[in-house]
Write a protein of this length. Structure first.
Length: 760
């Protein structure tokens, strides 16, 4: 929200007060409380008729400093984000002219009785600061509202990323962003997944601990500062020290919740009925058998909305006219080694048999007059399950449990964004403005926890559209309603990269687009991108998305890239375990791996899939692509083409047929693969191929071997000394093949023992 009129003036409807000095303070064992009046105090008369900010400085995680600004100390209704307090050691120092608070390598320094600002330092270097008059207590006289504002300084070359799954430019400088979940598709400034956290290229992050709408002005209202504000009497934010982006994400996810590890099978191909298409049991089995007949591995079949009767979403009951034997159908799908997912949302239509039950027992969000809050958007007479009511949660999840008992494996938890605010009353008295974004957390938590309870911790996964802070604990998320256009494919990637820089580890998207009709060319190029994403799902609105309905080359394309992804599972799942443990996303912007190369900081049309694969999707019919490679020797794992890149990096422009694209491994990469895999879940330690890409003289490398539970069961180590390559394994079964990739050529050797020395 913008409060100023240019650099010098305040907009006429606003009055802005700011702390001018720290007049007094209180030092506790783990916090520092500052009392900062809105003018400098020169005599006792200055202490009258004057406002003051109370500022609490604390640390929940080492290297993270929280700042809470309070004007009037008023009781605040819930909900609040669930944060972890690790109770780190802090150092608080006070003197006659300065106060400091230190956690890890991060320090906040404030002058005492000589002006007001807060410097945040990594070691001795200021990384950002709250400058004079940056903090604001703001009165909106016209509308009788009150706001709290903070502005943090930016460096000359500083770039800002994140703030959720945003489809605007990847670098957020110059943008205005409201953290307010909306169902706005993937082609606008609106977003399904709004996260009040941003990552700076200068090695720190900022998390604003406010569930309600947080308004950001990123180098926009004030081009030298990032500003954030909320309506109300208090504002809390956390500075998260790096100094690397990965370390920032690690500390942010330690604070807001560890990313859960999805089950291994979820990384395989998901096939959907699509939305408004006509489908019944015969259609479903025709598609499943069609994939089998064409030897295209399938891991999950998804039933979209019309597994239930129209006008009754959600009744959580199979439409018996279209699916007369759902238990038998699920068993037949399971017998083919395929999991079952069904679509749900938390809205109950008035025609649904669940509506009267929910209304009678008070399970829905209400209006102030006591009636159920209803509208006709989406389904006629929608009511909203009130997840602040424990009995409503038990009721809703009991209906889902019946589906799990029937054999359903997981749920697509759609919607969760259009949550009422005006005239809305929640069971526990929560503030509707804070519930609007937080609702998705409660919704997905209820479903995810039910699956954990019924299927086991290692089997829990959802396919969610909306998210807020902490939702990384309930993967997986997909990108929402995109268009069947190359531009929308690029928009989806950009939004996904922003989302994955916002504390999330896993992400998917509707392959070939949701709305409209996809062309064969788009289908093939998007299939490549989708099957080289964290999670992969064919889905649409008006069009079936099986490849043989496009052309025969689409069948070959789909098979090739499903086979590729399944073969890469020993590598991908080990990388996914790292995501779970560290907070580094599986799909990630290139700069997360190449922070020393400034050219990577603007790249939004390519990405790293794990730490060792660079992917550059193709966004046109012609097959042309332009992508950037940092310094080093690179190998395209599909074509074996070699790319020696000198210092300073290099832009590559090429043309590819529909069965290839740039998928490149950098030098000194070990990538474990298992060609011929028919599902995503298998024994990754059973004789995988050990692919060694351009191992340089003097290299001493290792990579973990994990099982389908995410446990490390072994290690592959590679050393090179001159023309001798030593390969050692532990925990590997059978006789793996070592494949050496050098200068566009390959040589292979079958290991006969756990250690082999190979002459290059």
């Amino acid at each position: 929200m913008k409060f100023t009129d240019g650099y010098w003036l305040t907009r006429p409807e606003f009055e802005i007060e700011s702390p001018r000095e720290v007049f007094d303070y209180k030092k506790n064992d783990d916090s520092l409380i500052l009392y900062a009046p809105f003018k400098q105090i020169n005599d006792r008369g200055d202490e009258l008729n004057l406002g003051m900010s109370t500022i609490k400085i604390s640390s929940p995680v080492e290297g993270v400093i929280g700042v809470k600004l309070v004007h009037f100390d008023q009781n605040k209704k819930g909900p609040s984000f669930e944060l972890v307090d690790e109770h780190p050691k802090v150092a608080i120092k006070t003197s006659d002219d300065e106060l400091s608070f230190k956690s890890g390598d991060l320090t906040a320094k404030v002058p005492y009785k000589s002006g007001f600002e807060i410097d945040f330092l990594h070691g001795d270097k200021i990384i950002t600061k709250s400058m004079d008059k940056a903090e604001g207590v703001i009165y909106d006289q016209k509308n009788n509202k009150h706001y709290m504002r903070e502005q943090l300084s930016m460096g000359i070359d500083e770039l800002i990323y994140g703030l959720g799954e945003r489809f605007t430019s990847f670098v957020k400088n110059g943008q205005s962003v409201d953290i307010w979940n909306r169902d706005g598709g993937t082609g606008s400034e609106q977003a399904y997944k709004n996260i009040p956290f941003y990552l700076s290229s200068e090695g720190y992050g900022v998390f604003v601990n406010q569930p309600e709408n947080v308004s950001f002005e990123i180098a926009s209202e004030n081009v030298d500062r990032t500003q954030f504000s909320v309506e109300g009497q208090s504002l809390e934010y956390f500075i998260i020290d790096g100094p690397t982006p990965k370390e920032v994400l690690n500390k942010y996810t330690r604070l807001t919740g560890q990313i859960a590890l999805p089950p291994a099978w979820s990384f395989g191909l998901w096939l959907s009925t699509s939305f408004t298409t006509d489908y019944r049991e015969e259609t479903v089995m025709k598609f499943i058998d069609g994939m089998r007949d064409r030897e295209i591995p399938l891991d999950v079949f998804h039933f979209d909305c019309f597994w239930q009767k129209g006008f009754e979403w959600c009744n959580l009951l199979w439409d018996n006219e279209q699916f007369p034997d759902p238990e038998g159908l699920i068993k037949r799908i399971h017998d083919r080694g395929i999991k079952v997912c069904v679509w749900i949302n938390p809205y109950i239509a008035q025609k649904s048999p669940l509506f009267e039950e929910g209304k009678k027992n008070g399970y829905f969000i209400k209006r102030k007059d006591g009636n159920v809050w209803q509208w006709d958007l989406w389904q006629a007479g929608n009511g909203f399950v009130d997840f602040t009511n424990p009995d409503a949660v038990k009721w809703y999840t009991s209906k889902l449990k019946a589906l799990l008992d029937m054999g359903v494996d997981c749920f697509k938890t759609d919607f969760g964004e259009r949550i009422p605010v005006e005239d809305a009353v929640f069971f526990d008295g929560s503030d509707p403005r804070r519930e609007h974004n937080y609702y998705t957390y409660q919704y997905n938590e209820a479903v995810f926890d039910l699956i954990k309870q019924e299927k086991g911790d290692d089997q829990a996964v959802v396919f969610a559209r909306s998210a807020t802070v902490g939702s990384q604990k309930f993967p997986v998320h997909w990108g929402g309603d995109n268009l069947s256009r190359f531009k929308s494919m690029a928009d989806s990637l950009r939004g996904g990269l922003s989302f994955l820089l916002s504390g999330f580890g896993f992400w998917s998207h509707d392959i070939s687009g949701f709305e409209e009709q996809a062309t064969p060319s788009l289908y093939k190029r998007w299939s490549q991108f989708g099957l080289l994403s964290s999670h992969s799902r064919y889905h649409g609105s008006v069009q079936y998305k099986v490849p043989w309905l496009f052309d025969e080359e689409a069948v070959a394309n789909t098979k090739k890239f499903v086979d590729l992804k399944l073969s890469l599972m020993p590598y991908l799942y080990a990388e996914a375990v790292n995501t779970h443990k560290t907070g580094t996303p599986l799909m990630r912007p290139t700069f997360l791996e190449y922070t020393e190369d400034r050219n990577t900081y603007f790249l939004e049309h390519q990405y790293m899939l794990g730490s060792k694969l660079l992917v550059a999707p193709i966004f046109n019919d012609e097959g042309t692509v332009k992508y950037y490679l940092p310094e080093g020797k690179w190998t395209n794992i599909l074509t074996e083409n070699s790319y020696p890149v000198s210092k300073g990096g290099e832009w590559i422009e090429e043309t590819y047929d529909n069965l290839t694209l740039p998928v490149l491994a950098p030098e000194n990469s070990i990538i474990l693969r298992k060609p011929g895999a028919v599902h995503a879940e298998y024994d990754y330690a059973d004789s995988p191929d050990i692919n060694c890409y351009e191992i340089q003289d003097g290299a001493n490398l290792s990579t973990p071997v994990v099982d389908i539970k995410g446990n490390q069961v072994g290690t592959v180590s590679v050393k090179r000394n001159g023309n001798k390559l030593s390969v050692s394994t532990s925990g590997i079964q059978g006789n793996p093949t070592v494949i050496m990739h050098y200068n566009g050529e390959t040589n292979s050797t079958t290991m006969k023992s756990s250690t082999e020395t190979i002459t290059i």
